[in-house]
Design a protein around this ligand. Sequence first.
Ligand SMILES: [Zn+2]
Ligand SMILES: [Zn+2]
Length: 313
Amino acid sequence: CLDIARDEPDKRQDMLQKFQDFQKKADLYYVYHTVYRHVVEPFTSVLPEGLFNMSRYLLHNIEEEACYGISKSATLFALAKQSKNLGAFKLARTAYEKLRLLRIPQQFQDTVDLGSLTIRSKPFHDADELLPMCYRCSTTNPLLNKTGNRCVNCKQPFVHSFVNFEVLPLVEFVLEDGLTDEEAVHVLDMSIPKQKKKGPWTESKMGNFQTLRLGEEPPEEEDSFTARLKSNNDSDEFAPVVVNKSTLQAMSRSEVYILKWSKPLRYQFFKSLLPDVPITYCFTCNKLFHTDDFEQQYLQRGHCPFCRSRSDD
Ligand SMILES: [Zn+2]
Ligand SMILES: [Zn+2]
């Protein structure tokens, strides 16, 4: 698709649409494979949290349009079970209620009936630590969200780690008109964050505590990326964070992850809001991961968990 889009401009829009569509389907089937395997053979090596996140990810995506071969009841079944295990009782209730309205295979019917009964003895709310937080506006989000995998407040899409599907502390940003991807990368590579001039370490002593902080700025000089994050909060429509050259110059290269899609797609830029959390991405499929998870999967399987490519470094 991308090749056609690059070489034949009149088909470009169409092919890009198709490409996005295929990408999304690939994501969904990848996730569904794990969820489904868990439903038919409950003893898998996937963490309960992982299954919990994956089934929510799937539901968010299949709510609006069904996807061929992906069973809503299997997804709900996995979700109900994991929510109950992890203490998301409100969500488990919702899942069981939805399951009772669907036709499901007899072998699962008993489990669902039993589950819907036992869940009544549990509290009515979800455990707080399971609720996802938006890294752009700091809103705590509900576990299921009608608008999909995005923040209920600022509509920023969540970025998931493609192993256990936690939300990564990344916020995608786009470049101001007139700034090309290559220029932006160049600016970032050359950038020297302003605070470096004062020495990157600030030392502060508070009683018995001695803290060393890297690159912390005085509050009056809020960096312009943070300022941009907070802008556009009042509109109903999603507005991506737009970044200009001087903001790029103030950013540190190590906090920015760039997915270099081949032409005619644009690069995708992500800023990490928790630079201490190591994040890895695959050069072939451009999926982002928690580094630990990626390395573990890579060691176990010898390839990227998503696209199965091997890198030689
Ligand atoms: Zn938000
Ligand atoms: Zn990959």
